[in-house]
Design a protein. Structure first.
Length: 265
């Protein structure tokens, strides 16, 4: 049923796509708009953000775009300020940006480790830091942080920095959820399992031997459903968590993984 977030403002970090097709953030931004939200779409790539806005406007929705590099704290603050200036509120904060690096402690450099944590974790902390005052002032808000099943399960190949950062997101989300629960603010995170999105193409091919088609087949086979999930699976979970249907859902780390997290081996 349409209108599940009618009249709300959704600030989506990572609302574009890094390649052809639907990324988690792009699908979430479009679905928020289809369900009645005004969307402030933030991405490091201006063209990618503009494409998302175009898709929303084609459906009759309302969107604005902003370019930001979430590794830069001032960019995050500017994005929040710009959203408030454009739409006057932030009802939904959707933190989606992440980078992946394959390797363990030996292979990953100190600089790369820090860069990944700046993008994956510090960006979410800062987005919450800057968006929360408006939510507190109005006594309501929903925060959705995108973590990963890699936070709680080994993916079959080493990605130590990525897994550690996604674990940190769960703890950050739960702390925010409990601190502000009595003030009308909820915070939850989604743990995508094996997903078929543009994000997996470049960083993960090497971990699967370098052959794209083989990677897709092997990842499909790993899923209990026989296929990977897609960006819309994450988007529908996000809209649910952002909506009043989830008014008593707080501090949750929700796997969207086809049952993979329930497998013993």
């Amino acid at each position: 049923m349409p209108g599940r977030v009618e009249g709300k403002v959704a600030l989506v970090f990572g609302a574009g796509s890094c390649g052809p097709g639907w990324s988690n953030g792009k699908a979430a931004a479009v679905l928020y708009a289809r369900e009645g939200a005004q969307v402030f779409a933030v991405d490091i790539n201006e063209e990618a953000a503009a494409e998302t806005r175009s898709l929303i406007e084609r459906d009759g929705g309302v969107a604005a775009t902003h370019v930001a590099d979430v590794a830069r704290p001032d960019d995050i603050a500017s994005a929040v300020d710009a959203c408030l200036a454009r739409f006057g509120a932030i009802d939904i904060l959707h933190n989606n940006v992440a980078m992946v690096e394959v390797g363990g402690p030996i292979e990953i450099t100190v600089d790369n480790w820090q860069r990944l944590f700046d993008v994956n974790v510090r960006s979410m902390y800062l987005a919450c830091k800057y968006a929360l005052p408006d939510m507190l002032r109005r006594g309501r808000g929903a925060i959705i942080n995108i973590s990963s099943l890699a936070a709680i399960r080994y993916a079959g190949f080493p990605q130590a920095s990525y897994a550690a950062s996604k674990g940190a997101i769960i703890s950050l989300t739960q702390n925010i959820a409990l601190q502000y629960a009595a003030q009308g603010i909820r915070a939850n995170c989604i743990l995508p399992g094996l997903m078929n999105t543009p994000t997996i193409v470049k960083p993960l091919q090497a971990a699967y031997g370098g052959n794209f088609d083989d990677m897709i087949q092997r990842r499909d086979a790993q899923s209990p459903t026989g296929r990977m999930g897609d960006a819309w699976d994450i988007a529908y979970a996000a809209v649910y968590l952002a909506s009043d249907e989830a008014k008593y859902v707080n501090g949750v780390a929700l796997p969207v993984d086809g049952g993979l997290s329930a497998k013993f081996a």
